[in-house]
Structures are given as structure tokens and as C-alpha cells.
Design a protein around this ligand. Structure first.
Ligand SMILES: [Fe+2]
Ligand SMILES: [Fe+2]
Length: 481
């Protein structure tokens, strides 16, 4: 990822000052409700907010505070903020929803006295009697015309309701995290090749970013995992497997510690391949028997490498077991073959074996040397279910990927070509898409469309299309907005 792109992604997240502004805003809001304006505790809270307000105002001028879908934004930067904590923001925002308020816009000219009047005014509103229009009029009458209440956005249902702006921002952040994960895998691979000790703390940090990203917006990550033609597929494959495994882990309700271990295990499941000859891994033809014998040693090599080159802790122990078991199969017909002590593979190994096979088969880079579409892959996986895969986990993963997975290209009844962005939980045949081309060719400005909306009823998906057939490179659509 280029430095410029990384800087852009970094600019999308708020830091300490944005977080302080939000906390002090909501604390002041709640204090205004219970204390008089001349009360010392109230004045202190007002001063706290005003200090954050002026500090941020020095660089930004205008200050816009917004909330949408449980997320908080200050000047369009998303802020990590615990709204159920002391700030009491969650209860304020639920009242705002009833009033139709989605945020507040402060002009740079607003004084401390005006902020106080605004807070006292707003905290006295009654969700059953007032609404955004009546409140906006009343604000003007109070002479507060440099503070504006912003309308709440329609949050709709399901993940497809994110608006274009928010979606673009999430996609940029997802890219940053995804490429960081790929860099980390590369670093570990290079260290392994030279038999150097591997520092696992960076990897753990990257896994935490992956978890944050997936819990916030899994679609953007799934879209990146769907890219099939990265130059170095080895690094992309490990990252994809980690993304898919974490998505499944989040749906299973694993806690953060377990998710961290799962993501870490998945990133290193194939590390044993580093010990195999390079020309075997990149062999363009199908494997012969000799190749297979060599290939089948990678789980054992992987477990040994992890235990030898990483400092032992719970993550490392789980990763070693995951590397060892990810091709072993539920009925032990896989490899390595165990003569005795056949212990049931762990949950992590079961998850990784499913998502690993899915990624390998859809990519066409590993084993089969021919890429298959996700629906064909799921048919294959289901066929092998009784011997290889856990049926419940497979079903869950199939539900996550959906009929038209994020990152796939589809043809519409309007002869347009679109990139699938998010599956719609209510109707899986109508995802949220980005239309990238039509009969005339590629669009200069892609069209972001929610196919569940009545105004797009003429747009139905005909089928999934392979980008190569149209001379298209999926990277152009996933990595650029
Ligand atoms: Fe493997
Ligand atoms: Fe793999």
C-alpha cells in the first residue's frame, strides 16, 4: 500500500481530542439536565467541553458531531467511543432518534455562553412532543443561529443501509488493515526462511485491527479477501484465511481473546510451506505423486517452525496445533496420517480447514490450479462434508458468503456489470452493489445502488460473471473508489 493511501486511511479515524470532545459533550448534556447553570459542577463540565472544543476548533474551524448506526463521528472522522460508559451517550442518542436528530453542527463563531444556552435548551427537549423542525425553529428564536441540528439518517435494516460516504470510509480503513496483515505475513515468511526468531507482537496487533474491522464492517474485508490475483498469493491466502476465520468466529460469538488466537492461528496455518522448495509452491501444472508427498509435509513442518521460532504462549500453542491439524479431516483421512492418539481436531482447526479450502478452491492457485466460483465451491465442500468438514460450521460460513459474495462481479437485467459490496440479510438476492459498467463500457463514476430499494426494482441479478471474461481486473473496482 502506498504511503499516500495509508495517510488517507489514517485521516479517517479520530484520535484522543475527538474522543475527548464526544465524551465531554455527552457528559455536559446530561449534567445540563440535572444541574442549574450556576452550579459549580455544571460550570466545570462546560469548561471541559469548551476546552476540547477550542482545541479542535484551532485546526478544524467548524465542528460537526454526528452519530449513525451506533457509530460516532467528529468532523467525519470515526471515533472509537464507548457510548454505554460514563458519558451516557447511548441513552441521549436513543432520544435523539425519536426527535429525528443525527448530530450537531457548530460554527467556529460559537461562544462558550452560546454552547451553554444550546445545551440547556437541548437537554430540556421532550422526545414525545418535539421534533427536528420545531427544535430548529426554537434555536433560531433563541438567537442560536450558529448551531444547527442535523437530521438523523434513515438507518434502514441490515448492513446494506450504510450510505455511500460511510461505506467508502470503511472500505479505505479495511484496505489499510488488510495490507498491513499481508505485510506482517511477508515479514514472518522472510524471517522463517532465514530461520530467525519471529516477533509475534506485531502480528497480534494486526489481528486486533482485523477483528475491529470485521466487527465494524465485515463486507469490506470479505471484498478484499475475494481478490484473486494478487502478485504474491501466498501472503494474500494467509490473510484471506484469517479474515474468513475471524468472520466465522465473530458470528459464533467467540470472545476477543479467542478471536485473537483464532486470527493468529489462521495467519500462520501454512507457514510450513516456507520450508518446501519454491518451485513446488509456484508450480503451474497439477501436482504429481511426488509433489503431493512433499506438499503433505507442510502441516508438520508448520507446527515445528512455529514452536521453534516463536516464543511459546497461548497464541503460539494454538497456532502450532492449527497448522498441524488443518488438513487432517474430521475422520482422520487427511494428512498428516496419525497412527495413534487420534484426538478430535480443535474448533480452530475445523474453522480453518473450511475457510482454507474455500479460499484455495475459489482462487485456483493451490492444488486444483483452476478457479471455481463460490457456489460451485460450496457444492464441493458440502459433498465432502461428512468426512472433512463440520456441517454446522460449513452452513454458517455458506450463510456469511451468501449467494453473491462481497467482491464478486454480477450481470444485471439492465445489462450493467456491478461489484457486490454487501449481502442484504433480508433478501440475499438483492445485495448492495457498485455498478461499474454498462453496454457502453466502464462508467467514469460508479453508481452505488441498494438493490432492495423500489426505485431499482428493474435491476435484478442475472448471474455472477468472471471478470477475466470481460477483460476486467477486479482489483480496479475493489481497491479504488
Ligand atoms: Fe495448508
Ligand atoms: Fe492454506
Amino acid at each position: 500500500m502506498t504511503e499516500v493511501a495509508e495517510q488517507q486511511a489514517g485521516r479517517l479515524l479520530g484520535g484522543q481530542i475527538e474522543s475527548k470532545l464526544l465524551t465531554t459533550f455527552f457528559v455536559l448534556y446530561k449534567t445540563a439536565r440535572i444541574l442549574e447553570a450556576n452550579n459549580n459542577a455544571y460550570t466545570n463540565q462546560l469548561n471541559n467541553f469548551y476546552s476540547a472544543f477550542t482545541e479542535l476548533g484551532k485546526t478544524s474551524g467548524t465542528i460537526i458531531l454526528k452519530t449513525f448506526s451506533g457509530r460516532y463521528f467528529v468532523n467525519d472522522k470515526m471515533v472509537r467511543f464507548n457510548d454505554s460508559g460514563l458519558s451516557g451517550a447511548a441513552s441521549v442518542v436513543s432520544e435523539w432518534k425519536k426527535l429525528g436528530i443525527g448530530g450537531v453542527h457548530f460554527e467556529p463563531t460559537v461562544t462558550k455562553k452560546q454552547i451553554s444556552s444550546f445545551m440547556r435548551f437541548l437537554s430540556k427537549t421532550k422526545p414525545n412532543e418535539d421534533n427536528l423542525e420545531s427544535l430548529s425553529d426554537a434555536l433560531k428564536q433563541h438567537g442560536l443561529d450558529n448551531v444547527t441540528l442535523l437530521a438523523a439518517r434513515d438507518e434502514g435494516a441490515g448492513g446494506a443501509s450504510l450510505d455511500e460516504e460511510t461505506r467508502k470510509m470503511f472500505r479505505k480503513m479495511a484496505r489499510k488493515t488488510f495490507f498491513q496483515a499481508m505485510d506482517t505475513v511477508q515479514e514472518v515468511v522472510v524471517n522463517t526462511m532465514h530461520d530467525r526468531d519471529i516477533n509475534i507482537s506485531r502480528t497480534k496487533r494486526v489481528v486486533h485491527s482485523l477483528i475491529d474491522q470485521i466487527t465494524r464492517d465485515e463486507s469490506s474485508m470479505l471484498e478484499l479477501a475475494a481478490i484473486r490475483d494478487f502478485d504474491d498469493y501466498t501472503y494474500a491466502h494467509s490473510t484471506n484465511v484469517s479474515v474468513y476465520a475471524l468472520t466465522l468466529g465473530v458470528r459464533l460469538g467467540l470472545d476477543r481473546a479467542r478471536l485473537s488466537q483464532l486470527g493468529f492461528t489462521a495467519l500462520f496455518h501454512d507457514i510450513g510451506k516456507v520450508r518446501l522448495p519454491k518451485d513446488l509452491i509456484s508450480k503451474p501444472d497439477a501436482f504429481d505423486e511426488d509433489d503431493w508427498i512433499q506438499m503433505q509435509s507442510h502441516p508438520t513442518l508448520g507446527a515445528k517452525t512455529i514452536l521453534r521460532n516463536m516464543k511459546l504462549d497461548i497464541h503460539v500453542a494454538r497456532a502450532a496445533r492449527g497448522a498441524f491439524e488443518h488438513h487432517i479431516n474430521s475422520d482422520f483421512t487427511g494428512y498428516p496420517y496419525l497412527h495413534y492418539k487420534k484426538r478430535e481436531p480443535t474448533l480452530f482447526s475445523k474453522i480453518i480447514s473450511i475457510v482454507d479450502s474455500f479460499d484455495a478452491l475459489t482462487s485456483g492457485r493451490v492444488y486444483l490450479k483452476k478457479s471455481l466460483t463460490p457456489d460451485v465451491v460450496f457444492k464441493k465442500l458440502r459433498y465432502q462434508m461428512s468426512i472433512k468438514f463440520d456441517p454446522f460450521l460449513l452452513k454458517l460460513f455458506n450463510d456469511i458468503i451468501g449467494i453473491y459474495p462481497a467482491g464478486s462481479l454480477v450481470l444485471l437485467t439492465t445489462d450493467e456489470i456491478a461489484l457486490v459490496l454487501t449481502n442484504n440479510d433480508i433478501d440475499k438476492s438483492c445485495p448492495y452493489v457498485k455498478i461499474v459498467g454498462n453496454r457502453e463500457g466502464l462508467l467514469k463514476t460508479p453508481l452505488w445502488v441498494d438493490l432492495t430499494q423500489p426505485e431499482h426494482s428493474e435491476r435484478k441479478i442475472v448471474r455472477q460473471v468472471e471478470p477475466e471474461r470481460y477483460g476486467l481486473d477486479i482489483k480496479d473496482f475493489v481497491l479504488k473508489d
